[in-house]
Design a protein around this ligand. Structure first.
Ligand SMILES: Nc1ncnc2c1ncn2[C@@H]1O[C@H](COP(=O)(O)OP(=O)(O)OP(=O)(O)O)[C@@H](O)[C@H]1O
Ligand SMILES: [Mg+2]
Length: 271
């Protein structure tokens, strides 16, 4: 059985899509089989994976019952496009609307280790579906003044899903993303988050770097484009896999980290 992880945030632009893309990449390099689900009508994740705009069916067709879930998997991704916004409206009028994605994913039997779901920047029906469909929620937040409220609101959705529809739902953690830890503001945000959410906040902080936008534009994984930055996602993966109790994959991710560090050292030593 695959472990399903939903990446969500109350705000837009907290690096959700980049996190899904980069974690999927690290998990794959560690030897895991990963399925990514784009639950955002913006379709950014689909673009990042260079899924053809003509790929059909997509998540929208699956959620409205017009396609079988397995048919919507294109090269390890269930993509989305603007049609998903329409599908969300159709879904809103249906009984069991919050459970649709959960049911659909149960039917995808691809022998995956992980299913990673990317959410839109709202806490609406698509995000609720994603949270109801998963085993763990992973929250991302930027290092900004309103981070605390944003995380609290996203946590409320997680709590509601747990109380009503998904009692087994776990909180994987909160990751501070797109952070410049040289600023006092970012460090204060981190401290505030730790005070409120304690151990739920990952030790790893994903540092801010223009390399992420550049690599997204080129549809190249950050580990290929700027491994010295992408190593943050390897470190986050190590923490995640520890929390998930997957020592096999954790060790593989640790080996990947050591390889990256050696390459950096060799590069430096060679001048
Ligand atoms: N660590 C980072 N440092 C700097 N920029 C980043 C980082 N991670 C992501 N970005 C950039 O920030 C922008 C937003 O990232 P991303 O699309 O992953 O966020 P999102 O939460 O999925 O956004 P949305 O809420 O619109 O779906 C993108 O241009 C992305 O390339
Ligand atoms: Mg996104």
């Amino acid at each position: 059985m695959a472990t399903t992880i939903t990446v969500l945030s109350q705000k837009g632009g907290t690096g959700k899509t980049t996190a899904v893309r980069s974690l999927a990449d690290v998990f794959s390099r560690a030897g895991a089989r990963v399925l990514c689900v784009d639950a955002d009508p913006q379709g950014n994740l689909s673009d990042y994976f260079e899924v053809s705009p003509d790929a059909h069916p997509t998540l929208g067709e699956v959620l409205t019952g017009r396609a079988e879930p397995a048919e919507a998997v294109h090269d390890g991704v269930i993509p989305a496009n603007l049609g998903l916004a329409e599908a969300e409206l159709v879904l809103a009028g249906k009984l069991g609307r919050e459970l649709t994605l959960r049911k659909a994913l149960r039917e995808v039997d691809g022998g995956y280790d992980f299913v990673l779901i990317d959410c839109p920047p709202t806490l609406g029906l698509l995000t609720v579906n994603a949270v109801v469909a998963c085993d763990y929620a992973l929250l991302t937040t930027e290092a900004q003044y309103f981070s605390l409220q944003g995380v609290e609101q996203a946590l409320e959705v997680v709590e509601l899903a747990r109380e009503n529809l998904n009692p087994g739902l776990g909180l994987l953690g909160v990751v501070l993303n797109i952070a410049d830890m040289r600023t006092a503001h970012s460090r204060n945000t981190q401290e505030t988050l730790r005070e409120h959410f304690g151990e739920a906040v990952f030790q790893t902080v994903i540092r801010q770097s223009i390399a992420y936008a550049e690599s997204a534009e080129r549809a190249v994984p950050i580990l290929d484009y700027r491994p010295d930055r992408g190593i943050d996602y390897v470190e986050l993966s190590i923490e995640l896999l520890d929390r998930l109790g997957r020592p096999d994959l954790r060790d593989a991710a640790e080996a990947l980290k050591q390889k990256l560090l050696r390459a950096r050292w060799d590069g430096w030593a060679a001048g």
